[in-house]
Design a protein around this ligand. Structure first.
Ligand SMILES: Nc1ncnc2c1ncn2[C@@H]1O[C@H](COP(=O)(O)OP(=O)(O)OP(=O)(O)O)[C@@H](O)[C@H]1O
Length: 730
């Protein structure tokens, strides 16, 4: 079954009243229902024609929160109770109503999908309990986290408890889990509202020019249901996701911090678009792992039901954003999702070997290293190893208990259960919901072979093993924000030294490199715009993450010199202005008498001032120098692209679009289709890994030299840009 995509067009906001509404809904004339399923929007390049997109449901500005919920979400609740996972996510550019749809506001009528979903779940749980006379019970637990600047933070924890690196992700079967995430049992709607409101205070939001309360993060609420009937426990998860909105930074006028956030938001949404594109092209490689959001969302990999709510703004100022969101949604609806319910698990009689776990329904456990070493694990992964074929895939950690773990609970798959619904697309269900006691790793006893006497004879492999385990334990403890749990054996200086090195490497990989690259990207963006001081600040921030990068140091040094030089020029200009002003004053009094011309004034022969002119009104105006050098490198001459190194507003706009790497915008350039847009982005990204820097195109020649572009395309892009921008500007 495909992802169910519905579109919701929000009403005009106060400041948009009287503006041009360009998005409309329509019913499909071939359908029996008169419920709208079509969205219409003019072609920005030719306003006389409309683009039409069809979705499973379409709602205009009159749609209420209740309608959206009743029509789209209510039907999923029964599936949830039958063991299917449900994912609902809101997608759209900033300010289009995602948070309004998902969270809504506090009044009953304006409550969004999330509180209504919880309300529906509790109502059904109570009914089940009542109808079964208490024989069937439902336990609900919640987790709530945000992905901010590609780091995962627990929203049930106070912000001051956050670590720089955020919470790590681990693959667990076919799912991605967040290690160390708090799970809160929640018995009723009132408790939920309290928890949810508190957690939302922790969410990263800020005022931007485009939205007074803009979400700066992707927020994921996990609602876990455990339905117990006798000794059978059926578990399912509803994930309600409020994605951050893509932003066009030429419109946001974001400051430094907002720009960093924005770059991270745009990057993750771009990765999401790449994943959707790869899935629809049936590519072997889908780049889920390029961002945490796509890893967690795992579109097309997650089983169960998925609903995407596409939020749209109706007015012209969102034209290009709306169009690219519609294109994205159009591709998303074709993604097939396996409709498989989760395996039920069974309680078995107590077993002496299983450690007793007490406490409430959710019991987090410290991470436990596996008995097998990673070295062994890798050999077990070999698909053609006949001896190991039946072994389970070895995981580095037993992550955490994700539900009530009663001492006498043992799980086993429900083989041959006639009651189990299955899908023709069914594949072996993941074993990630409950770990069977057989597969649950036994707590490893600390090796005692390392002591001062035996130390000199430790083999290299044993050292590797120890380091691996020590790192594992440290990471586990760090993830849970508590001291290392297993007693550590004494370790030699050599082991400690290598351990420190490894930890350092992990730290840099975990939170350094990506953060550093973001700063580099920001620096480049500022530099291209000529905002040298901001660029320098960003380069300096990046330096902390790439301390030994000579290229970066040189760049910083050059930029510093340039800024210094500019400052001096500025001072000289100011001084010259003052002199000139006094001279002008003098001249105006004498001009009548001598008919003097300014040209002959020696003070203005200095090169620095050749571009300063008196305007006709007598005011002082500085015009930056324009270089007229002809560009011929790479076979592209200035005449071929219509201009040389001259940076007109149109050129700058074109370069900004390309450098934004926003596939939605690049695709809309004249003569650029999806493939070419991707090729451009790929060409920009090529080689960045090695150079620790983000490549930016700084002029048309460079753009023409990108693989697959060429002079003609550049010319087309430029010409088309002017027309389409004119068409959408208000
Ligand atoms: N259906 C609607 N009815 C009334 N007001 C709406 C509706 N949708 C959105 N709004 C209003 O529009 C504004 C922007 O909405 P919202 O904050 O939900 O956007 P968003 O897509 O979540 O933005 P961001 O990505 O920046 O977080 C808010 O003031 C919200 O109340």
């Amino acid at each position: 079954m495909g992802i169910r995509v519905i579109a919701r067009i929000r009403p005009q906001q106060q400041h948009e009243l009287g503006k041009d509404v360009i998005v409309s809904t329509a019913s499909n004339t071939e359908s029996a229902s008169d419920q709208p399923t079509l969205v219409k929007i003019p072609n920005p390049k030719n306003e006389s024609e409309d683009f039409t997109f069809q979705f499973s449901g379409v709602y205009d500005h009159t749609a209420t929160q209740q309608q959206i919920f009743d029509n789209e979400v209510t039907p999923t609740i029964k599936h949830l109770f039958n063991g299917f996972d449900v994912t609902i996510f809101a997608y759209g550019s900033t300010g289009t109503g995602k948070t309004h749809t998902m969270r809504g506001s506090k009044t009953l009528a304006e409550r969004g999908v999330i509180p209504r979903l919880l309300s529906g779940i509790y109502r059904r749980a109570r009914k089940i309990d009542k109808d079964s006379g208490g024989k069937k019970t439902v336990e609900i637990t919640l987790s709530y986290y945000e992905i901010y600047n590609d780091k995962v933070y627990d929203l049930f924890e106070a912000p001051e408890k956050r670590t720089l690196a955020g919470l790590p992700l681990r693959d667990n079967g076919s799912k991605t889990v967040v290690v160390g995430l708090t799970e809160r049992p929640c018995e009723n709607l009132k408790d939920f509202e309290k928890l949810y409101d508190q957690a939302n205070v922790n969410r990263s939001t800020s005022a931007t020019k485009l939205n007074a309360s803009s979400s700066r993060s992707h927020a994921i609420l996990g609602i876990k249901l455990a339905v117990t009937t006798g000794d059978e426990v059926r578990t399912s998860i509803a994930s309600a996701i409020d994605l951050a909105g893509s932003e066009d930074n030429r419109r946001t006028q974001n400051g430094k911090e907002r720009m960093v956030e924005s770059a991270s938001i745009n990057k993750s949404l771009f990765t999401l678009a790449k994943c959707v594109e790869a899935i629809s092209q049936k590519d072997a490689r889908v780049p889920y792992r390029e961002s945490k959001m796509t890893r967690i969302l795992s579109l097309g990999q997650n089983n169960g039901l998925t609903i995407m709510i596409l939020n749209l703004a109706p007015v012209r100022s969102f034209h290009l954003d709306t169009l690219s969101s519609l294109n994205f949604a159009n591709r998303t609806k074709r993604i097939e999702v396996r409709e498989i319910e989760n395996e039920p698990v069974f309680k078995l009689p107590p077993r002496a070997a299983v450690p007793s776990i007490s406490g409430p329904s959710i019991q987090r456990q410290p991470l436990r290293p596996l008995a097998s070493t990673v070295h062994n694990a890798s050999s077990m992964h070999a698909p053609n190893n006949p001896l190991k074929q039946n072994d389970k895939q070895i995981k580095a950690f037993s992550v955490y208990s994700d539900r009530a773990r009663h001492p006498n609970i043992e799980t086993r798959p429900c083989q041959g259960d006639p009651g189990r619904r299955s899908s023709p697309l069914k594949r072996p269900a993941p074993s990630d919901t409950f770990m069977t006691s057989a597969s649950r790793p036994v707590k490893r006893r600390s090796p005692n072979f390392i002591n001062s006497k035996t130390q000199p004879t430790i083999s290299k492999a044993a050292i590797e093993d120890m380091i691996e385990r020590k790192v594992t334990d440290i990471l586990a403890a760090r993830a849970l924000d508590q001291p290392s749990v297993a007693p550590q054996p004494e370790i030699s200086d050599e082991v400690q030294r290598r351990l420190d090195l490894l930890e350092k490497r992990i730290d840099v990989q975990d939170d350094g490199r990506e953060q550093g690259l973001t700063f580099l990207l920001m620096a480049k963006q500022h530099a291209v715009r000529g905002e040298d001081a901001s660029a320098l600040r960003m380069y300096n921030l990046a330096k902390d993450f790439f301390p030994d990068n000579k290229k970066l140091e040189t760049k910083i040094e050059k930029l510093r010199e340039k800024i210094q030089h500019n400052k001096e020029e500025e001072r000289r200009k100011e001084a010259a202005t003052e002199t000139k002003s006094s001279k002008t004053l003098l001249l105006t009094t004498t001009r009548k008498d001598c008919g003097r011309k300014d040209d002959g004034d020696d003070d203005y022969q200095d090169e620095a001032f050749t571009d300063q002119h008196y305007e006709s009104d007598g005011g002082f105006h500085y015009k930056p120098k324009i270089r007229n050098k002809r560009a011929t490198a790479g076979g592209i001459s200035s005449t071929e692209v219509g201009m040389g190194d001259v940076e007109t507003p149109r050129t700058r706009q074109l370069l900004d679009i390309v450098n934004s790497r926003d596939i939605k915008q690049i695709r809309l350039l004249k003569g650029v289709g999806a493939k070419k847009a991707e090729a451009i982005i790929e060409a920009l990204c090529a080689g960045e890994e090695d150079e620790d820097e983000v490549r930016m195109v700084t002029n048309l020649r460079e753009l023409g030299q990108l693989r697959g572009v060429g002079a003609k395309t550049v010319e087309n892009m430029r010409l088309g840009l002017q027309n389409s921008m004119d068409a959408v500007s208000e």
